[in-house]
Design a protein around this ligand. Structure first.
Ligand SMILES: [Ca+2]
Length: 250
């Protein structure tokens, strides 16, 4: 409770200025006559206000994009707040139907200090941990609230971006001749045509990204037993289950 004494030597306006933390306060000005210690009719005084309440932080310029090969979504945003510099930040993603919590976000997430300006903050979401989907209209929402005196949340939302954490189907490998005394063997098969995929043999890319379903490959066998594991990989680095065959060269 603050008490202040002022001497009023003449009639007129008296302006009281308070310096208080900018959080929600109820306040009242009750003037007293000090000689008689009697409250003066408060109705004779006008309280000008209200006190500026704590405001929710502002998020802007939210952008998100998934990188190739690692499934990581890079999120950039600006964050400002009138009163404080300590913010709690979290992220949600749109899966094409509903909003979901993005669980594994590093960088500018969790407790975020914006005392240096809060411009161009970068967070990284490891999307593959949370979901295996392929949508062309995913979006990111970055939420924030005051960490010290939370008074509500606010968010900023990105534009649509392609989110693809869905592995392609395992490739189909047509029959292989085994055993064989031929070192070279042309083998054929098919792969997931729902999106652009490359073909890997024992982890090595043998056919580059394309949307063609059928593939053929000139297999070179080593002498003896050949373990051949084929898999498909899409443009975002998602890798299918393996289709494994064996060929014996004698
Ligand atoms: Ca605030």
């Amino acid at each position: 409770m603050e008490h202040s004494c002022f001497t009023i030597s003449s009639f007129g306006h008296l302006i009281l200025q308070f310096s208080i933390p900018a959080i929600d306060y109820c306040y009242a000005v009750i003037p007293y006559d000090q000689k008689n210690y009697a409250a003066i009719n408060p109705g004779e005084f006008t309280v000008v206000g209200p006190v500026q309440a704590n405001t929710v932080p502002i998020l802007s310029n939210v952008a998100a994009a998934q990188g190739t090969n690692d499934g990581l979504v890079t999120i950039t945003y600006d964050l400002s707040d009138v009163e404080y510099t300590e913010m709690d930040v979290w992220v949600e993603y749109w899966d094409g139907a509903v909003w979901n919590s993005a669980g594994t976000v590093t960088g500018a997430a969790g407790r975020v200090d914006i005392s240096s300006g809060g411009i161009g903050l970068i967070a990284t979401w490891d999307a593959r941990i949370d979901t295996a989907i392929h949508v062309t209209n995913s979006r990111i929402r970055v939420y924030a609230r005051d960490a010290v005196q939370p008074v509500g949340t606010n968010y900023g939302e990105s534009a649509d971006f392609v989110l693809d954490t869905l592995p392609p189907n395992a490739p189909i490998v047509d029959s292989v001749t085994t055993p064989t005394d031929l070192v070279n063997q042309m083998i054929t098969g098919s792969k997931d045509g729902s999106k652009s995929t490359a073909l890997l043999l024992n982890g090595v890319k043998i056919i580059s990204l394309n949307t063609t379903t059928n593939w053929l490959y000139n297999l070179i066998l080593v002498e003896g037993n050949n373990g051949l594991a084929f898999s498909a990989q899409d443009a975002f680095g998602n890798i299918s289950e393996e289709t494994s065959i064996r060929a014996f060269n004698d």
